[in-house]
Design a protein around this ligand. Structure first.
Ligand code: SF4
Length: 358
């Protein structure tokens, strides 16, 4: 059986055509699944009785079960630990902000890129998520928002009923699973479904250039976030093994090429690690290598969760780094991980529950 949430509206329309049903029923089905958030979209009263047998007899509505939900005391972000049908655990984080609600979704169970400071990287790659397993994280989060109407109101925020932005910054390297991620984006942005704008979806990559080319051919307007983490090639290879396959220079060349086609800025993510990449020498080189690119830099102090050889930088080092970038004309923000009390950072909940050695 295929997961209903993996199916695009166009495929449903094709199925309708092939079985002699009007295509309009595919739109009704999509609205029922993604706008009304129905438990049983194929059984919507406005659909003909034979819809399920004609169009959906090989489809199963598979929502992941939330085995753990934690709400941060500090910023009310909500972390979900979702269990997929095969028992795989992935996490998603819902982050309330002033005029938007962002959902950070996972694209893989684990990750093969093995960045040395990353909890998910220590798991290795268990498997790719299917498009429906990505989309269903959005559906489950929207259902949680609908059942907690006071969540945003208590924060003094507008009562947004739905997720407004998606970031592919959860578990996994999204461009290592590019077909499923691109399909999920097609479904999430369908105007008759969740209707998210493409400019409100960010795909974050450690520099997977093969996947980047494919993603831009499918969704040229999707927002891109590139994790740099070190502006020096040899140092970057030490903390991000993907740099040995796609070196920094090639990544920067690809970004320059991409910016000739896209009309928006690229986000540079820079996780700051004490004594590894937090010096002024690194800040100066980061300015040099990004010259001419339209970028904004997010400095993310490493979120220390368990004893590790890596530590977060001193506040003075973070500020000096930020000031250097700012005075050099770069747009820069310091972003602390949301929900630090609930480990709402890359892969941490899952590793906490299943992979940390006693
Ligand atoms: S930082 Fe991202 S790409 Fe690197 S191991 Fe972690 S999840 Fe994978």
């Amino acid at each position: 059986m295929r997961n209903f949430y993996s199916i695009t509206r166009h495929e449903l329309e094709r199925r309708c055509r092939e079985t002699g049903l009007p295509e309009i029923h595919a739109s009704t089905l999509f609205k029922s699944a993604y706008k009304t958030l129905s438990d049983d979209p194929l059984g919507a009263p406005s659909l003909p009785h034979k819809m399920r047998s004609a169009v959906g007899d090989d489809l199963e509505v598979r929502l992941p079960s939330a085995t753990k939900i934690q709400v941060s005391r500090y910023d009310q972000s909500v972390k979900f630990l979702f269990e997929m049908v095969d028992g795989s655990l992935v996490e998603s984080v819902l982050m309330p902000e002033r005029r938007r609600v962002t959902l950070c979704v996972s694209s893989q169970v684990g990750c093969r890129q093995a960045c040395t400071f990353c909890h998910t990287g220590r798991m290795g790659l268990r498997r790719n998520l299917e498009a429906g397993e990505i989309v269903s994280q959005l559906v489950a989060a929207n259902r949680w928002i609908a059942s907690h109407p006071n969540w945003l109101v208590d924060l003094g925020l507008p009562p947004l009923q739905r997720v407004t932005n998606i970031v592919f910054m959860g578990m996994g390297e999204p461009l290592d699973n590019v077909d499923a991620v691109a399909d999920a984006i097609t479904i999430m942005t369908d105007p008759l479904g969740s209707g998210l704008a493409l400019r409100r979806i960010s795909v974050s990559t450690a520099g997977h250039l093969e996947g980047l080319a494919q993603m831009l051919s499918r969704h040229p307007d999707v927002r891109l976030a590139i994790s740099i983490h070190s502006p020096f090639d040899a140092e970057r290879s030490k903390i991000m093994p993907i740099n040995r396959r796609w070196p920094l220079l090639d990544v920067l060349t690809a970004l320059r090429e991409a910016q000739t086609q896209i009309n928006h800025g690229i986000l540079i993510q820079y996780t700051m690690i004490r004594g590894v990449n937090d010096s002024l020498r690194h800040a100066e080189e980061l300015v040099r290598i990004t010259a001419g690119l339209k970028v904004k830099v997010n400095l993310i102090p490493l979120n220390e969760i368990d004893p590790s050889r890596f530590a977060s930088p001193a506040a003075t080092a973070i500020e000096a780094f930020r000031d250097h970038l700012h005075h050099s004309g770069l747009r820069v923000m310091i972003r602390y991980s949301k929900g630090q009390d609930i480990s709402a950072a890359c892969g941490q909940l899952v590793t906490e529950n299943t992979f940390v050695s006693p």
